[in-house]
Ligand binder design. Structure first.
Ligand SMILES: Cc1cc2nc3c(=O)[nH]c(=O)nc-3n(C[C@H](O)[C@H](O)[C@H](O)COP(=O)(O)OP(=O)(O)OC[C@H]3O[C@@H](n4cnc5c(N)ncnc54)[C@H](O)[C@@H]3O)c2cc1C
Length: 425
């Protein structure tokens, strides 16, 4: 009896130590990569309460956000946290709260009034840009800011009552509310309407809580697929003729003669009030090379399985680039080349480092280190290598050159950051 109990204890101790080692390694790795930093709200673990049961890890539908180290839950990848809060619900000792942490330490949270007005009167922020993630919050904030904006009825020609920047859930619900209130608006987006939902993997289960979309009605289900949700937005947009000027990036806002002038990369608009619904995910950084505007050039990979028997170039050397290249190399008949400007990969997650090394050894992926893309043609790509130029056949290019978060734009406009006067709830 004693021997059996001893054996069980040894097995338990062994697997516990192994889980500890893995957790510690992941936590160290994520600190080094800066991935432990959250984008918006994130789980804050009360170490004194946490009993290390792992219920929070299992409850998180995004996976990989939390881990265990030294018998306690730790934040492994804050960037993946989308604020569902299911970890907090699952914690049996109420040891997790979801919040923004110490605002004084966060230079990425704009200063907002209780009505989401920024430090510049007449410029509002709605949605994830405020620091609060989730579709439900974005929809509610889109409505809230339109309900609060001061409207004057004096006609002013082409100047819209409100300009809405960003056509994600926050911007779209702001536009619907503006339509409901018979306000004139212009809405622009640097991509197409849909926001971050467009970037979700195919068929992703999106978790929502009941929320009212202006003019449409209530989203009642707890779960939708990405495609169902996008269809709802599209139908609502069509039905209420919500117009979005797509592929236009906001570059600056200035106040002139009592109204705002908005400068995009394509046009100038004027408006009395502004709703910034830019999200926090940023704009993918471009290479600025000829041919980059071709339809075969993309900045994200959503569905690796739909590419087979293709010549594919992946640009970049970070985890996203390497993960995309590995996903594409796994499909039938693809020839995958990575172009990276540095002489070797660095700051990769250990798991990715090991896997990519294996695929390179097996000639399943080719890497051109110290290379730059010179030009993207219809059927080929021209690269600059140390030893000279090289032309390789090409059908698709995926660029992972990092992103430009929207905070610099906000600072340039003059919006203040730091501790704020009210929580957005
Ligand atoms: C992988 C993943 C899974 C998620 N899963 C869920 C989930 O299951 N449930 C849930 O509730 N939430 C989930 N979220 C979070 C949710 O998607 C966001 O909180 C929500 O989309 C925020 O809406 P938003 O309108 O504030 O911003 P976004 O949806 O990010 O939209 C911002 C828009 O602004 C545009 N834009 C940005 N900068 C400019 C510029 N300079 N000029 C013009 N346009 C600009 C962008 O192109 C974009 O269309 C998830 C997020 C991710 C990344």
């Amino acid at each position: 009896m004693g021997t059996v109990a001893g054996l069980i204890f040894i097995i338990y101790a062994f697997s516990f130590r192994r889980a500890q080692r893995k957790g510690l390694k992941l936590a160290r790795e994520s600190r080094e990569l800066g991935a432990n930093r959250p984008i918006a709200q994130f789980p804050q673990i009360d170490e004194y309460r946490c009993i290390g049961c792992g219920a929070c890890i299992q409850a998180c539908p995004e996976g990989g956000v939390l881990g265990l180290a030294m018998g306690k839950a730790v934040l492994i990848n804050g960037l993946k946290c989308v604020g569902h809060g299911l970890c907090a619900e699952a914690c049996p000792v109420e040891g997790i709260t979801i919040g923004l942490g110490n605002l004084k330490e966060r230079d990425d949270i704009p200063l907002l009034s209780d009505n989401n007005e920024t430090s510049i009167a007449g410029i509002y922020i709605a949605g994830e840009l405020s620091g609060l993630a989730l579709i439900k919050n974005a929809i509610q904030q889109g409505v809230k800011v339109i309900d609060h904006i001061k409207t004057d009825t004096t006609s002013s020609g082409t100047t819209a009552d409100v300009a809405i920047i960003g056509a994600g859930p926050a911007g779209l619900s702001a536009a619907l509310r503006a339509t409901e209130k018979k306000l004139t608006y212009v809405m622009i987006d640097q991509q197409t309407a849909g926001g971050t939902i467009l970037q979700y993997p195919r068929k992703k289960v999106v978790m929502t809580q009941p929320v009212d979309i202006p003019l449409y009605g209530r989203l009642t289900k707890k779960e939708y697929t990405k495609e169902e949700l996008l269809e709802i937005w599209q139908e609502t947009q069509d039905r209420f003729e919500i117009k979005v000027a797509t592929n236009q990036k906001l570059q600056n806002i200035v106040r002139i003669n009592g109204h705002f002038e908005l400068h995009t990369d394509k046009a100038t608009f004027t408006a009395k009030q502004i709703v910034l619904a830019l999200g926090r995910r940023g704009t993918p950084r471009k290479l600025g090379v000829p041919g980059e505007d071709k339809a075969k050039v993309m900045y994200k990979l959503l569905d690796a399985e739909s590419y087979s028997n293709e010549h594919i170039l992946v640009v970049g050397g970070g985890d996203s680039a390497v993960e995309a290249a590995m996903g594409l190399a796994r499909q039938t008949g693809n020839t995958v080349t990575i172009s990276y400007r540095k002489s070797k990969f660095f700051r990769l997650k250990t798991r990715n480092e090991e896997r990519i090394a294996k695929l390179i050894r097996e000639h399943k992926i080719r890497v051109e280190f110290e290379s730059n893309v010179l030009e993207i043609g219809d059927k080929e790509v021209r690269l600059a290598l140390k030893e000279g130029e090289k032309i390789i056949p090409n059908n698709y290019v995926f660029i992972f050159a990092g992103g430009e978060p929207p905070f610099q734009l906000l600072q340039q406009i003059g919006i203040a950051f730091g501790a704020r006067s009210g929580e957005n709830k």
